[in-house]
Design a protein around this ligand. Structure first.
Ligand code: UD1
Length: 339
């Protein structure tokens, strides 16, 4: 098959491209505007392919908002499936600039689905987020937990989910998988690719940067949640396990199965304090972490119920170990020096 990966120069997208190269014979094309993705990632992925005697991914530097260019691409190249990552993902920014999120996430995704459908693309895998659940009543959420996002980021993703669901319902030959990610972290264990995002806000990346002395200290946002140690609890998943869920989803659709939605997480929660202690342990640095007020919109606890993905797809996570996740994040951080 010919697979188009939008956002393939970014954090999660690049890990999926790496696995597609290493584990399949599909031809891979990457479409990325390089706004947060990196050209060096494209080069690294090309080098991984060459080393394995495979064809390097084709790279299209383009922005999904350029509708005419996207239409022209689909007129000239035939894709069998799309794995769609390209999106804006920063929750506080989505509150300040909602239209950026509705345009870049919802409008551009809707256009991509429309072009894909028009040009006979059969399968669509969509990056969604646990943010669609908002602040659920239950700590562990399943795919049937009501979706009530509390920020424009989550709403922009949920709207795209609806567009996909309605499109597949009306067109039998167009099937999709929606993957709702929990808290992705860590990097390729061989340290070839990882997360490079300026002013990162993610807990594990921030704690790795603090351990390396790139930040003087970090903050623990809230110690008064209704959780065992009072700090927020999340389900942290290694990026390569999240990536492999996309390969299994692609196989599932290629086998002719129906459209579906899956949570992707380990089904286990760790508190902010537990993550910081683990990072202190793996780095050997007793770095400073001060208690600060809660961050707006942070739920106390968000853990996946992953029964459905485990029973429906042949997905087998192999990095389900917070220490390993922290070690790989730290190793990558050492290497990227500042980004
Ligand atoms: C949220 C989104 C996720 C998005 C991500 C990046 C939800 C449910 N999820 O994840 O989809 O990709 O933001 O914008 O909205 N923390 C600290 N100190 C820090 C950083 C974080 O204490 O310096 C705490 C947070 O308060 C939270 C936990 O660590 O309890 C995880 O935070 P983070 O890594 O930012 O991810 P989420 O906010 O859970």
């Amino acid at each position: 098959m010919h697979i188009l990966v939008t956002g393939g120069a970014g954090y999660i997208g690049s890990h999926v491209v790496k696995q597609l190269i290493e584990e399949t014979d599909h031809h891979v094309s990457i479409l990325d505007n390089l706004s947060t993705g990196h050209e060096r990632t494209i080069k690294t992925l090309g080098a991984i392919a060459t080393q394995m005697g495979k064809e390097a991914p084709t790279f299209y530097q383009e922005d999904l908002k350029n509708f005419a260019a996207i239409e022209a691409l689909f007129q000239s190249v035939r894709f069998d499936a799309i794995i769609h990552f390209a999106a804006s993902i920063v929750v506080p920014e989505s509150v300040e600039n909602p239209l950026k999120y509705y345009m870049n996430n919802t409008v551009n995704t809707t256009h991509l689905i429309n072009v894909a459908k028009h040009h006979g693309v059969r399968h669509f895998i969509f990056s969604s987020t646990a943010a669609v659940y908002g602040e659920p009543d239950t700590p562990q959420v399943s795919e049937t937990t009501p979706t009530e996002p509390i920020n424009p980021y989550g709403r922009s993703k949920l709207m795209s989910e609806r567009v996909l669901i309605d499109t597949s319902a009306a067109h039998e030959d167009f099937t999709h998988v929606i993957l709702r990610y929990f808290n992705v972290a860590g990097a390729d264990v061989a340290c070839r690719i990882g997360q490079s995002f300026p002013n990162a806000t993610h807990l594990i990346k921030v704690s790795a940067q603090t351990a390396l002395g790139r930040r003087e200290k970090m903050m623990i946002f809230g110690e008064d949640f209704d959780t065992p140690d009072g700090t927020g609890v999340r389900d942290y998943i290694h990026v390569d396990d999240l990536a492999s869920a996309h390969l299994r989803a692609l196989e599932y659709l290629a086998e002719g199965n129906r459209s579906n939605i899956f949570n992707v997480g380990y089904g286990k929660g760790f508190s902010v304090k537990e993550v910081i202690e683990t990072m202190r342990g793996v780095s050997g640095v007793d770095f400073r972490a001060d208690i600060a007020p809660r961050r707006a919109g942070d739920p106390a606890m968000l853990i996946s119920d992953n029964t459905k993905i485990r029973s429906t797809l042949t997905w087998k996570p192999i990095y389900d170990d917070l220490k390993l996740i922290c070690e790989s994040a730290l190793a990558w951080e050492r290497q990227v020096d500042g980004l």
